[in-house]
Design a protein around this ligand. Structure first.
Ligand code: GLC
Length: 441
């Protein structure tokens, strides 16, 4: 009896001991990671690309799930995927010309099709399509040549592979739940991520998506994120990790992502605690029309003015805008998207100084516009033309020395009260996307 008690005690101590050893210390970003974060935060504008065999169905990237198609039937599209007009250089040129500083590409979306030559699965663009070209490789080369930062989107979920334990999506694609094998799937993902981080040069970030697939599980699902994040940081210490999990940031992450919303807002209904904005670099992703992947019926594109205003508002929140385009099945970017990119580029060439390298202004975005800050200058972006000729009151934190119209020598009279509230009158001006006033401290 005594012996048994002693053994139980020994076992208990061993367990406690084991636990404390296994506990990982909180993530400490390396110096190069911190530098990479700062560079990223200054970039302000990136292009998101959702491209895969789903573009052939032309109904968005969720087609496999939404249509309830059997995964083996869906996979037949791979054998017809021949995007003969794909030209990575042309894409990158268009993004550069638009003023974008980085590109985030879907290497493998929820449908499970890999857009590079992976050794971990035959279901990839080189082995399973007649195109036989490594799209990730070509895009990486074009980005590196053009000094364009490359981020890679990677889905944590897979609607095709049997080993991925399905959550609340991908239940109608014909997978057998009894074949789920998390350990096997986790190993597969880590092999793929290792390929992506060792074969294509410098990768600016890995952008995870799919965590929410298990948000309704009765027993919390363990994604084993931290060891995966550590592996990424070991392979490329400067590579940032972001996860579109719609929750507060988790240990090991370097940036915070917001889907279809400005940080702290929850108009799209994805974030439960809308206000949990961290101090990490922030990024808002948004579609140019209504869908991420190519959708033939969706011609509801945002106008150049709307995109620029979105960029102003994200910058006014201190965040980056990751603006999405769904390339066509032939490999071209939709003409409307290209036209919008041109317009945004034209605006940024003239006013980019008030966006790139800025942080949030003293006041968060308002219905009339937003404020960005660079050093001792605050750029007051007035996007509501109805304000022309009207007085404007700003609640600032800093003492103002001078106020002028951006890009001119025109000084504006102003009053600042003791509590730093600034009052001025917006000059009358012709209709414009954005009327900018420079406030100097
Ligand atoms: C969602 C969707 C996905 C898209 C992503 C982009 O989480 O599942 O299709 O890639 O948002 O933010």
């Amino acid at each position: 009896m005594r012996l048994r008690k002693l053994m139980a005690l020994a076992l208990l101590l061993a367990c406690i001991g084991g636990k404390s050893v296994a506990q990982t210390a909180p993530y400490e970003p390396s110096a190069e990671n911190l530098r990479s974060r700062a560079e990223f935060a200054d970039m302000k504008f990136g292009i998101f690309l959702h491209w895969g065999i789903y573009s052939m169905f032309a109904q968005g990237e969720w087609y496999l799930q939404n249509s309830g198609t059997d995964r083996n039937e869906y996979a037949k599209a791979a054998d017809a995927f021949y995007p003969h007009r794909f030209d990575a250089k042309k894409w990158v040129e268009a993004f550069k010309d638009a003023g974008a500083k980085y590109v985030c590409f879907t290497t493998r979306h929820h449908d499970g099709f890999s857009m590079w030559k992976t050794d971990a699965s035959d279901y990839n663009i080189v082995d399973a399509s007649p195109f036989h070209r490594d799209v990730v490789g070509e895009l990486a080369a074009a980005c590196h040549d053009a000094d364009m930062r490359l981020h890679l989107y990677y889905s944590h979920i897979d609607w095709t592979r049997e080993d991925y334990p399905a959550g609340r999506t991908g239940l109608r694609t014909g997978k057998k739940p009894e074949n789920a094998n998390w350990a096997h799937y986790y190993d597969f993902m880590n092999k793929q991520l290792t390929e992506l981080l060792t074969r294509y040069g410098k990768i600016g970030a890995i952008w995870f998506d799919g965590f929410w697939d298990h948000d309704s599980d009765s027993i919390p699902f363990d994604w084993q994120l931290r060891p995966q994040y550590d592996m990424i940081h070991r392979l490329q210490p400067a590579c940032l990790i972001g996860n579109n999990h719609h929750e507060a940031i988790k240990d090991g992450e370097d940036i915070q992502i917001f889907e279809r919303d400005l940080p702290g807002e929850n108009t799209a209904g994805f974030v439960e605690k809308a206000a949990s904005v961290s101090r990490l670099p922030l990024e808002t992703c948004q579609t140019m029309n209504g869908m991420w992947g190519y959708k033939v019926v969706d011609q509801n594109y945002k106008s150049v003015a709307q995109i620029v205003q979105l960029l102003i508002n994200t910058s006014g929140k201190g965040a980056n805008l990751l603006l999405n385009i769904g390339p066509q099945p032939n490999g071209e970017l939709p003409a409307t998207a290209l036209e919008r990119l041109k317009g945004v580029g034209k605006w940024l060439r003239e006013y980019g100084e008030t966006i790139y390298g800025t942080t949030a202004g003293d006041m968060m975005p308002q219905p009339w516009g937003a404020i960005t800050r660079k050093g001792n200058v605050q750029y007051v972006h007035i996007t509501d033309n109805a304000l022309a000729g009207k007085p404007l009151t700003l609640t600032l934190n800093s003492k103002v020395k001078s106020v002028s119209v951006f890009g001119t020598t025109q000084k504006l009279p102003f009053k600042q009260s003791k509590d730093k509230t600034l009052t001025l009158t917006i000059p009358t001006h012709p209709e414009t996307i954005d009327y900018i006033i420079e406030v100097r401290n």
